[in-house]
Design a binder for this molecule. Sequence first.
Ligand code: FES
Length: 111
Amino acid sequence: MSNGIRVAALDDIPQGEGLAVDRAITGTTDDIALLRDTDDAVYALDDTCTHEDASLADGWVEDGFVECPLHASRFCLKSGEVQGLPATRNTCPHRVEVRDGEVWLFPGETP
Ligand code: FES
C-alpha cells in the first residue's frame, strides 16, 4: 500500500463539483476525477464517462452521485456503479483521503 499522492487542497474543489487530476500525475490509464459531495466528502472515480468522451469532473455532484455533464448518466461516488442510461458500464473508484485540508489520492486502490 502506497502513501498516496497529494493532489489538491480541499479548498481547490468547490462543494458539488469536481477536479480532474492528469494521468501523468496519477500513473493510471485515465485521468482521475476528484469529486466533492454536498456533505463535503471527497471521492475519486476514473474521469472519462463510460458512455462517451466526457469528463466526470465537469459534472454535478450531489447526494452520493455524480451526473455526467453530456447525457446525464449518474455514477455512485463510492462504488462507481452506473445508474441511468445511456451509460451502461460502471466506472472505477479509487481510494482518497482528506488529511488536514489536503487531498491524498491512492490511484488503483479500492476505496
Ligand atoms: S458521455 Fe456520459 S452519459 Fe453520455
